[in-house]
Design a protein around this ligand. Structure first.
Ligand code: GLC
Length: 726
């Protein structure tokens, strides 16, 4: 392959090389004299009405820049997902450009293409790498049929701050869980051979540390000590790269003052030298141009030079490379071998996909028969069922089949809100709401809006004929995701008012929460007899929710983020340090005056319709590993799946260590009454950390191991271990 790349490079002009670096988004043009982005901003800030925006959009059409393409100035497209259009553009590339180099089509397929599965933060609560891989495999088959070659996923930005809307796109606050999640996704997306048309390149993002934006405000600065970066934020990206991800996307943010997009240390030293990455990198949208805004580049030409020297191969939808790279090389500012390296990385990916031999990987017939295949829906339903977390249950759940239900709150009936963020291809009509699911099951139900409940004279009268009230509360899908930071994690006032009234209705209330982030909902446990955390569950939302509420499925999901009492606690997370004054009863300890020290719901927490007990925690040391084993028993009368979690703590070290760190987990079936021994083989490497001089050490000495069904209540065992010599 390297020979082929070399011979192709030798035939390419500078213009053609620069063309390969350009990813073009379809620009929407129409009967408006501003560019599309400006039109969106005008609608967003009210300069034009929603109706006016829709009218203008009805005149809009996509401009695919075919003339640029014919001239060899486009190497890739973003945001096109239609077999017919993809093939039309690919035909131009391979037949009408001088060298016939095929195009690469990229798209954001984070949690399904048309068959949308739960948002990543939701699916992470399944703690199930097989499931994570299966849903990624399914989305690759479906997106591949739509003409996609690369997905801008998995996103594995560890995030401990629920104010950040993009916490919805990853696997929560723990590095180990994000790593397991990301690796499963890379395998699912890329399959066994990228030459297969039902596979797509995994593009790991956002490299690096985007989840640590200051104050949870999107695009804000990221300042991390080397230890924190290496111990808490880099592991998931590294795991994905070592699992074979073929693309990486640098993050918008700076890292300690140097924007990732032009960060040579990050993109060349860490990614390519240390981690031996030989795939391609692609900037985030317009991120190269935005280096001027960062104040790290004097102008777009400077930004182009800095980004290419840093190791960003492809320019996503800014035009810095296409405008400046040729001149930069001609003027000797940019060595041509740096350009050749970037072009070579891109050509390598196109060759790995087999696009030179088979540029057309799909067609309209195939697209039509693959999209929304029934078996995809079944997988989406299973993923939604495994992602939901039962937070409270007085015993009201599971519901009796013949019960009469009052559906309260608009989210019980709005299909389009079920898809969550980044579900670009999903149309609302693909989704099943709770109301739809009730109707399909011929359940006797009625729906009530928040206003109706708040304004009614008597809630007792209004609901006297019902056995249970299902209150659907939480966020709409646009309240999380990109550019959706919030300073308040409470339920909307209208939802709080509705719940206050429902609590006085004299009828049992079951709350179902739709959200893209942890919410501050301490009051809910006093208002509802049961609470089901549903996240934004995707196309099978209503069916999965009713399967759990009626007990067809025994809930097994567990939280991968900490639920705070109030936004003021953020960032809040389970693997915190102890401090010299751990939170306690005396005044002078590390805590808040106005909220309890324990979270409302801790990392790893989730209830079941059965119960599990843990006993006989045993530790056995080997030379290079530690064996941790425990007995788990299902003491209820319902079969279930238990997520057994193993944590450790290093009580005395050269730097203060987290009170607990997740080191392994397993999701295991346990039938009613069954007891089994669960064994974790822990390589001692996993006990290590970076000392104050950034040396990775695995010290001899005392360690604590914790095993349990969540991060708060665990069996614990202290033991002495020999370390590992460096
Ligand atoms: C966005 C996001 C990135 C996404 C890209 C393409 O701004 O930051 O995650 O993949 O643009 O849509």
């Amino acid at each position: 392959m390297e020979k082929k790349i070399k011979s192709l490079l030798d035939r390419m002009t500078l213009e053609e090389k620069a063309g390969q670096l350009q990813q073009c988004g379809p620009s929407i043009v129409g009967a408006f004299d501003v560019d599309f982005e400006e039109l969106v901003n005008m609608a967003y800030d009210g300069r034009i009405s929603g109706e006016e925006f829709q009218r203008l959009m009805s005149t809009a059409e996509q401009d695919y820049h075919e003339s640029e393409l014919r001239a060899g100035r486009i190497g890739s497209y973003n945001g096109i997902s239609d077999a017919k259009i993809v093939n039309r553009l690919q035909k131009i590339a391979v037949e009408e450009t001088r060298l016939g180099i095929p195009l690469l089509f990229g798209y954001d397929v984070l949690h399904g293409y048309r068959t949308v599965t739960p948002i990543p933060l939701g699916e992470s609560c399944a703690w199930d790498p097989d499931l994570w891989e299966r849903t990624a495999r399914m989305s690759a088959e479906e997106a591949g049929a739509g003409g996609i070659h690369m997905t801008f996923a998995p996103m594995v930005d560890v995030s401990k701050d629920a104010r950040w809307g993009r916490i919805s796109e990853g696997a929560g606050e723990d590095a180990y869980l994000n790593a397991k999640y990301g690796v499963a996704k890379v395998k699912g997306f890329q399959g066994s051979s990228l030459k297969e048309p039902d596979t797509m390149i995994a593009c790991v993002k956002h490299f690096a540390g985007y989840g640590a934006v200051e104050s949870g405000r999107d695009y804000n600065r990221v300042d991390l000590s080397p230890q924190k970066l290496y111990e808490e934020y880099l592991p998931p990206y590294e795991a994905c790269v070592r699992a074979g991800a073929r693309a990486v996307m640098p993050a918008f943010n700076d890292l300690d003052g140097v924007p990732c997009t032009i960060n040579q240390w990050l993109l060349r030293k860490v990614l390519r030298e240390d981690w031996q990455f030989d795939g391609m990198t692609i900037s985030d949208a317009n991120a190269i141009a935005e280096c001027v805004e960062h104040g790290i580049a004097a102008d777009r030409r400077d930004a182009a030079a800095k980004a290419l020297l840093a190791g960003v191969d492809m320019d996503m939808t800014s035009d810095c490379y296409s405008q400046h790279v040729v001149h930069l090389v001609e003027e000797g500012i940019l060595p041509e071998e740096v350009l050749d390296q970037a072009v070579g990385n891109i050509l390598r990916i196109k060759m790995e996909l087999g696009l030179f031999e088979h540029p057309f990987r799909t067609d309209e017939e195939k697209e039509k028969k693959t999209i929304l295949k029934p078996e995809f829906r079944a997988t989406a339903r299973k993923a939604a069922e495994e992602s939901m977390v039962l937070l409270e249950n007085s015993g009201i759940l599971p519901l009796r089949t013949e019960c009469r239900i009052a559906l309260s709150g608009e989210l019980a009936g709005i299909r389009s809100e079920m898809s969550g963020t980044w579900a670009i291809k999903c149309s609302g009509e693909d989704c099943v709401s709770i109301a739809d699911a009730c109707a399909q099951r011929r359940i006797e139900y009625e729906t009530y809006t928040e206003e109706e409940i708040i304004r009614c004279d008597s809630v007792e009268e209004l609901f006297q004929g019902y056995d249970v009230i299902l209150a659907a509360v939480g966020e709409k899908k646009n309240q999380s995701g990109e550019a959706a930071s919030r300073t308040d994690l409470a339920l909307a006032p209208i939802q709080k008012k509705m719940l206050e009234r429902l609590a006085k209705s004299g009828r049992p209330v079951v709350a179902v929460i739709f959200n893209g982030r942890p919410l501050a909902i301490p009051e809910l446990k006093g208002q509802a007899q049961a609470i089901l955390e549903a996240w934004h569950p995707g196309v099978e939302a209503g069916n999965a929710i009713l399967n759990i509420l009626f007990g067809t499925v025994n809930p097994s999901g567990k939280l991968t983020t900490t639920f705070p009492h109030a936004v003021g606690e953020c960032p809040v997370y389970y693997d915190h340090i102890r401090t010299g004054r751990p939170a306690g009863r005396s005044k002078f300890t590390s805590k808040y005056l106005d909220v309890p020290s324990e979270p409302v719901y801790p990392f790893g927490y989730g209830l079941s319709y059965t119960a599990y007990t843990y006993s006989d925690l045993e530790i056995a040391e080997r030379k290079e590993s530690v064996t941790v084993s425990v007995k788990v028993k299902n003491v209820g009368d319902v079969d279930g799946m238990e997520i057994v979690q193993c944590y450790f703590h290093d009580p005395v070290a050269l730097r203060v260590r987290p009170v607990k760190k997740l080191i392994d987990f397993v999701k295991t079936p346990l039938s009613a009454g069954e007891e089994k021994r669960v064994v974790f083989e822990i390589p001692k490497e996993k006990l290590g950390y970076y000392d104050p001089q950034m040396r990775f050490v695995v010290e001899a000495g005392e360690y604590e191991f914790f095993v349990g069904g969540n991060s708060s209540d665990c069996l614990v065992c202290r033991t002495n271990l020999c370390g590992l010599s460096n």
